[in-house]
Design a protein around this ligand. Structure first.
Ligand code: ATP
Length: 470
């Protein structure tokens, strides 16, 4: 790690200024974990801003961004074809007030600075001054915890979490990202301090939630959120999936744990954050549509439509961006039962064309979600579903080649119909367009303009419309 010449440059400048400088936090942790990391945090016992300016000059980096209010400064440095981002801060001591995550900050020692960090594995530092270059400063046993895969706070966890409750989300996020265990005492403190999460902004919570969702096995973090009691506070709709109701000795499956399995299946196949969100929300409508029927047992009829309608509200309440991704998630949630219904009967061309028409370019993601949704432990059943899905996938390819339904545009448009028959916008136009579309999707006529025009004249005659003569 310390091969990057920037470390010696910073160390040299620190020596000239008579201050101490250290690489600290994530970069040290990631070095030992052999994870890629291009963000370097430097702590200076003295002015971080002055050290940043001097180091940037010595490194030939033109632009230093100074954030006077925060006492930090940063610059970019290119080495080995990689853009490194180096951020400087003066060592600080922090004290917190009850109602805010924003601490009162004073200058401090390196040890003060390490103490205010969230976990022992994030509180290690490498010295950069020439005399002690490369020396590791690890006052809280970060290396031992890294080796044991353990997340632990440097101070009493009640203090660390109460000071800045975002750290509770970070603990669970690191557990999920790194596959680490949260020390028992630390985890218990999350349970005690969970209500403090209310002083954290929704955006910060969403950032950590997204990191959990993007981790190799998202279920690890999501289950910890549930177990700690945080989930109910930050995402009540998801927490509501948990539990099994029993009537006349018959229970349904626990939809929270089912969703967890689906999340991990999707995570194995795709790095698309929004596909993972669709997996997380695919059954979100189930608690609201649950019914017990003496003959057939538990049903969740219409849960896909209910769930799809909930997506936008959930995005808003979590402060997730509303830039079109919510529509993609709505669509996948709405359609997630379709391929399985298809494969329960005979897979007709017409049904596959309709599915292709509605899913459009998202058809592959939809199939990934549906395959992930099979969590049955009955191997015979699983094999039957997967074989049927393979048939659906094969037909999707065949029909797309033949009929180009995926980005289907109706071969006759509304404007054209109005012009040909000299009519204003009216109900009849919708009827004609819908019947032509159905005929194409049902394979009654090919997806072709000539045939569509022919059919348009036939339907018009049936409903008493006459073309205007020109
Ligand atoms: P990642 O790079 O995966 O987002 P990271 O923790 O390495 O995670 P930052 O969030 O930039 O990246 O944090 C850098 C360092 O700052 C951490 O390693 C930790 O020492 C410290 N830190 C960050 N957030 C907090 C916090 N809320 N409380 C205490 N220390 C923190």
């Amino acid at each position: 790690m310390l091969d990057n010449p920037i470390y010696k440059i910073i160390g040299g400048e620190a020596d000239r200024m008579g201050v101490k400088a250290y690489a600290v936090g994530g970069v040290v942790r990631d070095y030992f974990l052999q994870r890629p990391c291009t963000d370097i945090d430097v702590v200076c016992v003295g002015s971080g801003i002055e050290l940043a300016k001097a180091s940037a000059k010595a490194a030939g980096s033109a632009k230093v961004s100074v954030y006077q209010n925060f006492g930090t400064a940063a610059f970019g440095y290119k080495h080995d074809g990689i853009d490194w981002q180096i951020e400087f801060v003066g060592a600080r001591k922090e004290s917190y007030r009850r109602e805010s995550r924003k601490p009162i900050v004073e200058d401090g020692t390196l040890e003060d600075d390490q103490q205010r960090r969230d976990f022992t594995i994030n509180a290690m530092a490498f010295s950069l001054n020439e005399e002690t270059f490369g020396e590791l400063l690890d006052p809280f046993g970060g290396i031992r915890d890294l080796n044991e895969g353990l997340l632990r706070t440097p101070l009493d966890p009640d203090v660390t979490f109460s000071d800045d409750p975002l750290r509770m989300m970070r603990a669970i996020r690191f557990a999920s990202q790194l596959g680490f265990r949260i020390e028992e005492k630390t985890f218990e403190a999350i349970g005690r301090n969970k209500e403090r999460i209310e002083i954290v902004s929704k955006e910060r919570i969403a950032t950590e939630l997204n990191k959990i969702i993007m981790s190799p096995r998202p279920s690890v973090g999501l289950k910890l959120l549930e177990l700690s009691g945080l989930l109910k506070l930050i995402f009540p709709e998801l927490s509501k999936l948990k539990g099994i109701e029993t009537v006349s000795g018959r229970g349904h499956k626990d939809n929270f744990y089912h969703t967890m399995e689906v999340m991990d299946h999707v995570a194995e196949k795709s790095d698309n954050l929004w596909l993972r969100w669709a997996a997380l929300l695919h059954d979100i409508g189930k608690p609201y549509t649950k019914r017990y029927d003496e003959r057939i047992g538990w049903t969740f009829h219409g849960h896909e439509a209910k769930g799809s309608h909930m997506v936008k509200r959930i995005f808003k309440s979590l402060h997730l961006p509303l830039n079109g991704k919510e529509r993609y998630v709505e669509k996948l949630v709405m359609l997630h039962m379709r391929p399985i219904i298809l494969s329960e009967d005979i897979v007709t061309d017409s049904a596959v064309r309709r599915l292709l028409f509605e899913a459009g370019d998202d058809i592959d993601d939809l199939m990934t979600l549906c395959e992930a949704d099979i969590t049955s432990k009955n191997e015979v059943k699983v094999k039957r579903f997967m074989d049927n899905f393979a048939t659906v996938r094969r037909k999707l390819v065949e029909l797309e080649e033949k009929d180009r339904i995926r980005n289907f545009q109706p071969p006759v448009g509304g404007e054209e119909i109005m012009r040909i028959f000299g009519i204003p916008p009216c109900h009849e136009i919708g009827i004609i367009k819908e019947r032509i579309k159905d005929a194409i999707l049902d394979g009654k006529i090919p997806n072709d303009r000539e045939e569509a025009l022919k059919m348009m004249y036939e339907i018009a005659a049936e409903i008493g419309l006459k073309p205007v003569s020109n």
